[in-house]
Design a protein around this ligand. Structure first.
Ligand code: ZN
Length: 243
């Protein structure tokens, strides 16, 4: 099976559509949370995802928009975007977000938004945090999002060390005979690694390989809508720089 792995779409339909087109064909979409929040097309992104064969876990923005999380933990710009998104969605769409599970296991993969230890909230940016998290899932591999930074953490030397490295789009990475790993495809709709291109990964479960990709999309189209809807300007400006 060829799976398209996406995370942190954040209501950016132009980015999501560019990824869906570039990644085709695929059998299933695995979404690692934060379908909405920040971007101007939360409805359309939910509808697009639901029109495809997909599985999805809950992100902190998804649950905040669905009133399942307290807004206090969010910065001010994010709070404004969450409130705007809440209004924009139908009760049925908010319900869909509220029902998303914290974690899904499709062996040999565990899917969560933040981390296996704290699925909705924890950021895995450092190897020390990643290493502690390997005790919190049973499968060889865990797919995460949330940081908006593509990253691979590998547990080596009998679990005594954890290495972190940035995946580059230079062909498939073999998962057969690989160490246990936590893999982050990066963000479709709001990359934060200084590269403004939409990020995603393709997982081939027959060959057991994963390939990381970056995809250009019409950023101005998303920015224009965000400015039109009077979403915080900082949120649209950052898309230019990918931070
Ligand atoms: Zn996010």
């Amino acid at each position: 099976m060829r799976c398209l792995i996406v995370s942190d779409i954040h209501g950016n339909l132009a980015a999501f559509d560019a990824v869906l087109e570039a990644a085709a064909p695929y059998d299933q979409v695995w979404c690692l949370g934060d379908i909405v929040g920040y971007g101007p097309d939360p409805r359309e992104c939910i509808q697009r995802l639901r029109s495809l064969p997909f599985v999805a876990v809950a992100g902190n923005h998804d649950w905040a928009v669905a009133s399942r999380l307290d807004l206090d933990e969010f910065n001010l710009d994010a709070q404004v975007a969450v409130a705007w998104t809440h209004e924009r969605l139908s009760p049925e769409e908010r319900d869909f977000l509220a029902q998303l599970p914290e974690s899904i296991t499709i062996a040999p993969f565990t899917l969560v938004h933040g981390s296996p230890r704290h699925p909705v909230w924890e950021y895995i940016l450092q190897p020390s945090v990643a290493r502690a998290n390997f005790a919190h899932f049973d499968t060889p591999f865990c797919l995460v999002g949330h940081t908006h930074v593509p990253m691979i953490f590998a547990l080596v030397e009998n679990g005594s060390r954890c290495y972190a490295y940035s995946p580059r789009s230079n062909g498939p990475l073999a998962l057969t005979d690989a160490p246990r790993m936590i893999l982050n495809p990066g963000s479709v709709g709001q990359p934060r690694d200084g590269i403004p291109l939409a990020a995603y990964a393709i997982l081939d479960t027959d060959a057991m390989t994963i390939t990381f990709h970056r995809q250009p999309y019409p950023i101005e189209q998303t920015q224009r809508k965000m400015d039109e809807y009077k979403l915080p300007h900082r949120l649209s400006a950052r898309l230019t720089f990918g931070w």
